[in-house]
Each structure stands twice: as C-alpha cells, then as structure tokens.
Design a protein around this ligand. Sequence first.
Ligand code: HEM
Length: 511
Amino acid sequence: MALSDIFIFFLAAIVLFLWWRYWSVSGKGPNNLPPGPPGWPLLGNLAQIILQGRHFVFVVGDLRAKYGPIFTMQMGQRTFIIVTSAELIHEALVQRGATFASRPPDSPIRLLFSVGKCAINSAEYGPLWRVLRKNFVTELINPTRIKQCSWIRNWALENHMKRLQKEAYESKFVEVLSNCRLTICSIIICLCFGAKISEDRIKIIEGILKEVMLVTSPKLPDFLPMLTPLFRRQVREAKELRKRQMECLVPLIKKRKAFVERGENPNGEMVSPVGAAYVDSLFKLEAPGRDGLGDEELVTLCSEAINAGTDTSATVLEWAMFELVVNQDIQQKLYMEIVDCVGKDGMVNEEDAEKMPYLSAVVKETFRRHPPGHFVLSHAAIKETELGGYTIPANVNVEFYTAWLTEDPDLWVDPGTFRPERFLEGDGVDVDVTGTRGVRLVPFGAGRRICPAATLGVLHVNLMLARMIQAFKWLPVPDNPPDPTETFAFTVVMKNPLKAVISPRKAIEEN
Ligand code: HEM
C-alpha cells in the first residue's frame, strides 16, 4: 500500500468518525442543547423510532425515564426538544407564554391543507393568528352563541340515540367511538355552515377529514426533506385529496353565502339564522397578510374546527365509556346522580349537565387517566431563548409531554387507578385545568395557545355521556371484554375500539 493510500485511509476514517459524532450526540456541545439519546448519522433518533416500530409518543414515554425534564431528539434534519416536567412546562407555556407561542415550520403537504398556515392551530404567533383566534372565540364559542345553538345538540343527540338503538338491535352491541365521532361531527358541521345535512353527507365529510389527518401526519420527508423527490406519489395523492375536500365543502359554502346575501334557501337546508354560523363571520373577515378569505381559506378554517373538535371529544367519550363499562359501580353512581337531577325520563340539558359534580368528576378523571393527546400541538420559540439552563433555538419543535403529568406519582395519589372521587374530595379538588396556577392536568394545553373551545368540548362530552347513561345500562360484550390497549390515531384511542351491550333502563326497571 502506498503512503498516499494510507494517508487517504486515515483521513477518511477521521472524517467518518467526526461525522458519526456529529450525528450521534444530541444536545450539549457548543450549541448547549438539552442532552439526548445518541442517534445515527443522518437519521439521528429517527432510526430508533423506525427500528422500534412504535409511535413517537410511546418511545418518548420511555426516554423520559432516562433523560428527565428536558431532552433533545434529533429527528433526521429536525431538532425536537421534549419538555416533561411540570415546572418547565408551566414556565414555558404560562410564565413565558409569548416566547413559546409559535408553531414550527410545516411540511409541504400540511401547508397544502392549511393554505400556507391560514388556520388557528398552525398559524405562527402573530397578527394573522390573533385575528383568526379572536374571531373564532367571539363567533363560535361565546356563551350566547353556545346557548343559541343548543337545538343543534338536541337534534344531533336525538339521532345519536336512535342510531345506537338501531345498531344494538341489528348487531347486539354498539361501537362507541364511531357513533360519537359521527354525532359530534354533525354538530360541528351545523355550527360551521348553519346547515342540517343528511347523515350520508356527514359521513362523506367525516371520511375525508380522516383521510386528511392520515395524509398530514408526519412522514419521512418531514424529517429528511432531501427524500421529498421520492415521495412525489404521496404529494400527488394529497393534492387529489385536497381537491375532493374542496369539492365536498365549497358547494355548502356557496349555498350558505347565497342564503346570507340573498336569503336563498331552496331546499331548506340552511337552518341557522344569518350570522349564527361560523362561516358567516369568515365571509367578511379581514385577515392580515391575506387579500380576503377565499374558498380555500374558508374550507381550511371550517375543516379545522370540525377536525379539532371531533376526534378529541369522541376519544374522551370512548375512554369514559370504557371505564363505566368495566366499573359498574361508578356507572351506577353516575346514573343515580342523573336521576336525582332530572328524573328517569327528564331530558338532560346543558344547564343540568353543569349541575352534576359526579359527572364532571368522571369526565375529569377520564382526561387524567386517558389523556386524548400525550402532547399538546408542537410549539416553537419566537426567537432563540433558554429553558432549564439550555438553549432553545427559534423554530425547532418544542414538544410538551403533558400526559406524563397525569401519571406522575409525585402529583397524584395512586395515579394508575380510575377514581373520579379524587376530584370531589381528594388530590384532584384544587386542580386548575387551564394550567394558570400550575400544570397537573392540562388536556387543553395552557397559556396563549390553550384550546379556545375547551368549554364546547367539555359540553359535548358531558351532555352525550349523561344522555347515554340515562337511557341505557352499558355492559361488556360477553366473550369480548373491553381491552385497554392504546394506539395512536391522531389522538390516543383504544386499539380494539370499545364495543358494549346496551340495555334500555326502562326495560330493566319494568322486568
Ligand atoms: C375534549 C375536547 C378537546 C380537547 C381535549 C382539545 C385539546 C386541544 C389541545 C391540547 C390543543 C393544543 C394546545 C397547544 O398547542 O398548546 C388544542 C388546540 C385547539 N383546539 Fe381543541 N380540544 C378539544 C375540543 C375542541 C373543539 C370542540 C374545537 C373546535 C370546535 C377545538 C379547536 C381547537 C383549535 C382551533 C385549536 C388551536 C388553538 C391555537 O393554536 O391557538 N378544540 N385543543
């Protein structure tokens, strides 16, 4: 071997070694990032996620035990800072909320569905986000509007109960998640477009939303943009899906506009008075940086509301029902509270649901024991800053692992046990679900980006749970007991969707 060959060999070995070190050491180093697990060249910690074949949220759960309150994961070319301690989450989201209130960059596919971040959840912290969020809060979820739209919930719940009865008659059991999804979706569609549409059309809209969620969930090119050319087919399919979404919702928007502007309502589909639908407010909204809101933006903003409000609430209902099916004594106690409040036949309305402390405790305990999201949405710092003694660069993903707070034995007594009573007289009594006074249970996030529709979400869950328990006794399906294994499908749902036998309470009492 010539001397020059040996020299080249050693040079190559040194370069390889430095390259390996650069990619395998997350954190620390000259840029003072939080420490983190070593990764592979180029792939970083993405390699571990792929090799383990488990979803990111579950892998992070294990890493927390080793790396503690704040750590870095290098996901391909993207840096993720994971924050897990109550103190640091509170500091970032509440005490220094403005600094951490932005969102990280989005993939081209996500940008397609948000028309370049023109949605409340994805907009960067700034004037556009402020205007969109303020409009959402004043137009969709102010208390007067919520009251004004109570007929929508009554209509949807009537359909819901009939559908449950029919399904139970035909299959001998009911599936909880799919039924709750459909009902909540129908409520939010009506809130958005002021229209009562057929169940078949609701199913089409719901189906498209599900596809959108799948297509926009993180893929390899989100972490390794250099691979984007290999994913041309996925981009083409995403564009086709967006086209279908537009074709499905634009006609509804056009009909609403004709109703608002000219009072046209040929098939009587438009049922909410002018001004009462969310989209009515968007027709005239002036959004900073946008030349008016066109069909693309209106579809995005209404889809966002349907999307954000459907899966979250339906997931909570599935887990609540799971606990009530496996804990019959809790179900009975809840039923007795409902009967005490409205009687066996009285219709539970929204004010009644607010007056039932045990119902509220069951729902809070469900949020605690089965948080629908293990993280809030991804945050980003508006400028380089510091947290826990480490540097947080602007625009990296800052992920708040809020599910851990509800499992932490330092924050909760016997955290693995489902015990609603803890919210009536125990360790949960003083909990502040807005997180302002400290974060122990924050299913809606905390601070500037806290879910703007938390009250509406809780209202849907409370009302549906109360009506379902009042009408039926819920029992496990013989030979097919509920299985609490979790899986990730945008929210953390049951891997084997909950099925239950329902017996009308009236029939039980007559026998
Ligand atoms: C049980 C029901 C619900 C849960 C658990 C829930 C949870 C959350 C969470 C964790 C966030 C992210 C907070 C953050 O990034 O820090 C969020 C944001 C959001 N939610 Fe909800 N949500 C629920 C219901 C709803 C409903 C019914 C709607 C609309 C009709 C809605 C609309 C939104 C919007 C627009 C955002 C983005 C806020 C922003 O970025 O400023 N949510 N929600």
